[in-house]
Design a protein. Structure first.
Length: 187
């Protein structure tokens, strides 16, 4: 736990999330570290943060005390509202106009029936009876994540590319009139 939290702090992820410490920032930090250490359900993650049910000191290290399910959900909503600003800060840190940007599409599946993005489509995992979700991830040349976007499960890979180019141009302001594919000097 100490190594994961220390690494997160060395790369200044906490200050990228929010410049000032807050309960939401601490909850998001705890959920990231918990996910890195042992990916589990939101409920299991909450148990790992609860001072009465945990064997690790992550919750104590971040002075979380008791964490309710509503607080975890509110912290995730808080983080989602900050996504555009976070992606912009990450792109400013790791990219300049004309840099090579890597993009990959992956998918996972959803257990349940209430996710608006979960639609039957191609299952990369062979889970034909599960509702897939599609994710697109933009990275810099070193493979550091810059931006992520979720798409409905019935979205084909090629259909995700246009929105990523728009994101690079408009939100992250990285592509000028020249669109370089693989080289700073390509037109």
């Amino acid at each position: 736990m100490a190594a994961a939290l220390g690494s997160l702090r060395r790369c200044e992820l906490e200050t990228l999330i929010a410049s000032k410490r807050s309960r939401n920032r601490d909850l998001v930090t705890a959920m990231i570290v918990a996910r890195l250490l042992d990916p589990q359900s939101k409920y299991a993650t909450a148990c790992r943060l609860d001072p009465q049910t945990t064997a690790i000191s992550l919750g104590a290290e971040l002075s979380l005390g008791n964490v309710t399910e509503n607080e975890r959900c509110e912290a995730m909503d808080w983080l989602l509202a900050r996504q555009t600003a976070l992606e912009k800060r990450l792109s400013q840190r790791h990219l300049t106009d004309g840099d090579l940007v890597l993009y990959d599409v992956s998918s996972t599946w959803f257990e349940g029936r209430t996710c608006p993005l979960a639609w039957y489509g191609h299952s990369r995992d062979g889970k034909r009876h599960r509702l897939p979700l599609v994710f697109g991830l933009l990275c810099d040349q070193a493979g550091r994540p810059i931006a992520v976007e979720a798409f409905p499960g019935n979205t084909g890979d090629p259909a995700t590319v246009a929105s990523q180019i728009t994101k690079l141009r408009q939100r992250l302001r990285l592509i000028t009139s020249r669109l370089g594919w693989g080289s700073r000097h390509a037109h």
